[in-house]
Ligand binder design. Structure first.
Ligand SMILES: Nc1ncnc2c1ncn2[C@@H]1O[C@H](COP(=O)(O)OP(=O)(O)OP(=O)(O)O)[C@@H](O)[C@H]1O
Ligand SMILES: [Mg+2]
Length: 334
């Protein structure tokens, strides 16, 4: 089962430039979370901080008792093996075949025999739907296939925590829909804790259990998906509505007068529809995180904003109704 990742008061700067400050959140074990945020808000820096590749000057990232910020390097190195990381740009070696690219972490970090490596690599290649393409070079395949190869490579070491940095960038809407399904199917199969960084509103609406957003050097919010999806924060409304009106400007933040003039044109939360979360493809086991998440969310529900509360109750009521309709008739089963 996936491992919980606890982030406490994390602050990161490069020289005098502060990227974000005091970020605290917990990625619940085995659940899927999404981090939204405009370009340049430090999402990639956040992912790199989680695995200890970048060092925030304040705060902690706790994984199984190891602090990825300040624990001894050898502990950080060991804990990093729990992660699978899918990079924003695919980061494949251009001169290696897909097979060798995907086998790379196994050859680098384990002493497995070549026959064992072959078995694992081919299994992951099948999971991401690249069977037959394993002999190709990255330059010979489409961007979408490269993305999936990057995902396969992130999976070879049986990660318990999977980080995906903009898995959809450069994909068309149909490929993005397939990728969304692939991420949910993966979660059903391996029950890993997942964090997906994306700008994509369809992924945000259909994939995660939890959602957060980075903006203006702060974590705007992080919690059950319904909290962000029903939020009336101007920046959230603007982002989820994909609109120019709102606090996010092309290159910098807007001034108060512009904002006031636009105020009546943002998309109110009440007019947003919460679409159902994707379910694993037929034939796959149910996601084990679903029951855990429900228990967790119901424990905290009274502390959530009213709109989120009723959205969560509606979702779970609808699930219960479908479950009753599709449940086998009593006495009809084994
Ligand atoms: N190693 C580094 N040294 C100095 N500054 C850096 C470094 N890495 C990132 N930055 C700065 O940190 C800020 C956030 O970068 P980051 O790549 O995390 O943004 P992002 O949210 O991932 O953006 P995008 O959505 O475009 O990928 C940028 O201003 C960037 O220039
Ligand atoms: Mg980035």
């Amino acid at each position: 089962m996936g491992i919980e990742v606890v982030v406490e008061g994390l602050t990161k700067s490069f020289g005098k430039q502060n990227i974000w400050r005091d970020v605290s959140l917990t990625l619940p074990a085995g659940e899927v979370s999404v981090m939204l945020g405009p370009s340049g808000t430090g999402k990639t820096v956040f992912l790199k901080s989680l695995i200890g590749l970048l060092k925030p000057e304040k705060g902690r990232v706790l994984i199984d008792g190891v602090d990825m910020v300040r624990s001894p390097e050898k502990d950080i190195y060991e804990t990093r093996k729990l992660f699978g990381l899918m990079f924003q740009d695919g980061a494949l070696f251009g001169s290696l075949s897909l097979f060798d690219n995907i086998a790379f972490p196994l050859r680098e970090h384990t002493r497995k025999k070549e026959s064992e490596i072959r078995r694992i690599v081919m299994e992951r290649i099948e999971v991401v739907g690249l069977l037959g393409a394993e002999g190709k070079l990255p330059g010979e395949i489409s961007g979408g296939m490269r993305k999936r190869a990057g995902l396969a490579r992130a999976l070879v070491l049986d990660p318990q925590i999977i980080l995906c940095d903009e898995p959809d960038s450069g994909l068309d809407p149909v490929r993005t829909a397939y990728l969304s399904q692939l991420l949910i199917d993966l979660n059903a199969q391996i029950d890993a804790t997942m964090l997906i960084v994306t700008h994509n509103l369809d992924i945000a609406a259909t994939v995660p259990d939890n959602m957060g957003m980075l903006f203006r050097r702060e974590l705007v919010t992080f919690g059950p998906r319904e909290v962000l999806l029903t939020s009336d924060e101007p920046v959230v409304s603007q982002f989820l509505g994909g609109r120019r009106e709102g606090p996010i400007g092309m290159s910098e933040e807007k001034d108060a007068a512009t904002l006031a003039a636009e105020a009546d044109r943002t998309t109110p939360a009440a007019s947003r529809v919460i679409v159902p979360q994707l379910e694993p493809s037929p034939g796959l086991p149910p996601r084990r995180a679903v029951a855990r998440r429900r228990e967790r969310v119901m424990r905290m529900i009274d502390a959530l904003p009213p709109a989120a509360r009723s959205a969560i109750r509606e979702t779970y009521a609808r699930d219960a109704a479908t479950a009753t309709v599709t449940a086998p008739v009593a006495g009809g089963g084994a």
